[in-house]
Design a protein around this ligand. Structure first.
Ligand code: F1X
Length: 397
């Protein structure tokens, strides 16, 4: 596949080096605070706590070290770390640094070690609280009301919108930054290609839809309800749900989180319960396939995925990319002009693609110049504040 040629000349990567910038604040404020929360959320012994503290110090004032000798994925990380070892964390590209940070955090908590913390999700306590929360009850009650009072044909726009809004439920953003959780305001939708997405699904032969998931619990539930709708209405012959093979970016969904979310549905009653049972059956029948390739925790852009996976994505009738991090990986974590056409930015992927994203970092493409000017003037920090969102659709590469 000729991916590289479709990308053109890449602009400067977004780095962590400028005090006051968003990436700088992530490494100097958000992640140190996150480490403190993780440290207290589980019963880590002195060794794990010391390692977490050390990581907290390193990211603020230390240099990037190589992967540890015993890591099972050391060879890959040696390759990915090679340009950065010995530099201060601030000098490294933001996307790379965040990925390495989360890999090191798992190492610090003993996630891959033989001891008692093996396989214990350091973010599990936060995800569980959210899944059991009253806010989740409200979300499912709203779903039940939607299904009870709305015809099947009219449910799709609401379910798409709900899946978008749910991207606000990002524990990485909310936990550490102390931002109150809740959907972006109604005026925050900068691009709304929702109708074009649904037209595409209704007017083309149903095929396999790929949904690249983002967060667990309160974001994953609407994603699952959307998937159920697509399958039930025959808008997809099957859905592949891509989640992370290991805990990542605090609340990113893993297979365990998918099962927990479906159980939450089946335990709720009403249409949500029925949807939960259908999803369970779809998993059993293979119409819903759960995928978690290691690539999804690599510090890479989506066009760098293994060629077989890329070829597979190219056959999808629609690729749905959820959330901010997936957007950064989809269009590239670079200082693109915000007016760069979205279709051009995703030209490496020869399948229709829609990004459902609350803006929580600097990258954005596909805006018109007047919108950019007015946002720059009237809404300082709009790219990272979590108050704007997009449904951005590109028909083909
Ligand atoms: O991908 P998501 O869950 O929508 O957002 C992830 C996020 O909160 O983490 C990163 C900063 O740490 C940014 O990509 C973004 O702000």
């Amino acid at each position: 596949m000729q991916v590289r040629s479709t990308l053109g000349v890449l602009p400067a990567p977004i780095l962590c080096d400028t005090p006051g910038s968003f990436p700088w604040s992530v490494f100097h404020e958000r992640y140190p605070e996150l480490i403190r929360k993780v440290r207290d959320a589980s019963a880590y012994g002195p060794e794990h706590r010391a390692r977490l503290d050390q990581l907290g110090e390193q990211i603020v004032s230390g240099v990037v070290g190589p992967p540890d000798a015993h890591w099972h994925d050391r060879d890959s990380w040696l390759r990915w770390c090679e340009p950065h070892v010995g530099k201060s964390w601030s000098e490294t590209p933001f996307l790379w640094a965040e990925n390495y940070f989360f890999r090191r955090l798992l190492a610090a908590t003993g996630f891959f070690d033989a001891g008692g913390m093996r396989g214990v999700d350091p973010f599990g306590p936060f995800k569980s609280v959210e899944l059991a929360s009253a806010a989740t009850d409200t979300l499912l009650t709203e779903f039940n009301e939607l299904v009870t009072h709305t015809g099947e044909d009219e449910q799709a726009p609401a379910l798409l919108w709900s899946s978008l809004q749910a991207n606000h439920a990002d524990l990485c953003f909310n936990l550490a930054a102390g931002v109150p959780s809740g959907p972006p305001s109604g005026t925050g939708l900068l691009i709304d290609d929702g109708a074009a997405v649904l037209r595409h699904l209704e007017n083309s032969e149903p095929g396999q839809i790929v949904l690249v998931a983002d967060n667990a619990a309160r974001e994953l539930l609407p994603d699952l309800l959307l998937i159920d709708h697509l399958l039930r209405r025959g808008l997809a012959t099957g859905v592949e749900l891509y989640v992370k093979p290991q805990p990542y970016f605090v609340s990113d969904a893993t297979p365990t989180d998918v099962i927990a979310a479906i159980r939450r549905l089946t335990g709720f009653g009403g249409p949500a319960e029925q949807a939960g049972h259908r999803l369970w059956e779809a998993l059993r029948a293979g119409r819903l396939a759960l995928q978690c390739p290691d690539f999804f925790c690599a510090p890479l852009h989506l066009w760098e995925m293994p060629v077989e996976l890329l070829e597979h994505f190219a056959t999808a009738s629609l690729v749905i990319a959820k959330g901010d991090l997936n957007y950064r990986r989809l269009v590239g974590d670079f200082w693109w002009a915000p007016t760069r056409p979205f279709r051009e930015a995703v030209g490496w992927l020869t399948a229709p693609v829609v990004a459902l994203r609350t803006l929580k970092s600097d990258v954005i493409v596909g805006l018109d110049p007047a919108t950019v000017d007015s946002l720059d003037q009237d809404s300082p920090g709009w790219r990272c504040a979590g108050t704007k969102s997009i449904i951005q659709f590109g028909l083909s590469g």
